[in-house]
Design a protein around this ligand. Structure first.
Ligand code: FEO
Length: 392
């Protein structure tokens, strides 16, 4: 049975419980939703499509919602295949449907569907352009790099709905929704859109004007009418403002010596009245670790030297942070090395490559196991981290 988000806008998206990984890299234990909406008016507009393999379910949902009237428009907000994979199939099924998209998206159509002739089947729109469907009128706003360059969002003045593309999306199938938005939206945000904070800020500024009653993203639940909390979080995330004045102690250990040092550091922070979370990178999903690093105001990393470099899982973690735009945090480094410790220098270099990272204490060197000297250095690091966190 068709579900409606407003009296004249139907939800026609599809849940995916088959895939273990989104983008073939992020675990989705609760699945994923590919959202699509049908605006029922004199002219019907359908927004976006769904992942490959889900065409049948989606087309059925569209046709049920529209009473088998052919959509006049297929609005393409974003060309990433989780939303665009079924465009050619849709145009074959509905021969009078026109794709409405940004010029950049229309350029990309040919790359993704080289076998399909789009001549006469597309209509390019740009910033501020409008499209009347009858009673509904859509206004388009470009949102480059949220999350690809061709992205746009659209606003329906009649129902005051913002179709927000990937913005305000989250991991998780709608049938698995438990009403807890923040954790999986945060993990989605920092891993997928996190690098593009300034572009998200530019989009938020554009949305200051119109009255928005509902936000209809491409993933996850529709938000509203009160989405002030989610909006506030998006504003913080896109300005790289931490949510917790606390330290994340991220560690990777081979035989337990580094683990012991990391846990002792967390304990020392607690003794100083500072909240600290210790995570074992060898046991934590990378996307979760990245999300937690952004959530905390300070980061301590602890890892052994390995093959004259950084123990690989820690190297991977720091690489992920760098490419996701990690910045504006206090940091400290703990290394372990039984004969030629070098991980500390290399971890410091990787952290220093991120913007506005202040390393608050000299690297603590552990030689295999904590001893009185390294314990003392750890205490000095705990002091420095505690001061940095309390100052924020
Ligand atoms: Fe949900 Fe960037 O695609």
């Amino acid at each position: 049975m068709t579900k409606y988000i407003t009296p004249s806008i139907a939800y026609v998206g599809v849940d995916d419980l088959d895939k273990p990984l989104f983008e073939n890299q992020y675990p989705i234990p609760d699945g994923m939703s590919y959202n699509s909406y049908a605006i029922i008016d004199r002219d019907i507009a359908v927004t976006d499509t769904v992942e490959a393999g889900k065409f049948g379910l989606w087309a059925e949902a569209v046709e049920e919602a529209t009473g088998r009237r052919e959509p006049r428009y297929l609005i393409v907000h974003h060309m990433e295949p989780d939303h665009s994979a079924c465009i050619a199939e849709a145009l074959r099924r509905w021969p009078s449907t026109t794709v409405v998209a940004s010029a950049k998206a229309i350029d990309m159509l040919g790359h993704f569907f080289p076998e399909f002739d789009f001549a006469g089947r597309t209509h390019a729109v740009g910033e501020g352009d409008t499209l009347s469907l009858g009673e509904h009128s859509l206004t388009f706003h470009s949102a480059p790099m949220v999350h690809w360059p061709e992205v746009m969002v659209s606003y329906d003045a009649k129902e005051q709905v913002l179709f927000s593309a990937d913005a305000f999306g989250k991991f998780g199938a709608l049938q698995r929704e438990r009403g807890e938005w923040t954790a999986e939206a945060r993990r989605y945000y920092y891993n997928i859109v996190g690098k593009y904070g300034p572009q998200v800020q530019a989009l938020l500024r554009k949305l200051d004007g119109p009255v928005i009653r509902l936000i209809a993203p491409l993933h996850g639940p529709v938000l509203g009418p009160d989405f002030s909390r989610e909006l506030k979080l998006y504003d913080m995330w896109s300005r790289y403002v931490p949510e917790a004045d606390a330290v994340l102690v991220a560690y990777a250990s081979i035989y337990g010596g580094t683990r012991r040092a990391a846990l002792r550091l967390a304990e020392m922070l607690h003794e100083r009245g500072v909240e600290a979370t210790a995570i074992d990178l060898t046991q934590t999903d990378m996307s979760e670790a990245v999300s937690e690093a952004f959530r905390h105001s300070a980061l301590a990393v602890a890892a052994p030297t390995y093959d004259a470099g950084i123990y690989p899982v820690m190297h991977d973690f720091l690489h992920h942070l760098a490419i996701k735009g990690f910045r504006s945090r206090a940091a400290a480094v703990v290394e372990n090395g039984s004969w030629a410790p070098i991980a500390g220098k290399l971890m410091t270099e990787m952290l220093s490559g991120c913007r506005d990272i202040s390393i608050v204490a000299p690297t603590v060197t552990v030689r295999s196991r904590l001893d009185a000297t390294s314990e003392q250095a750890l205490a000095a690091t705990a002091d420095a981290l505690a001061e940095a966190v309390k100052k924020k």
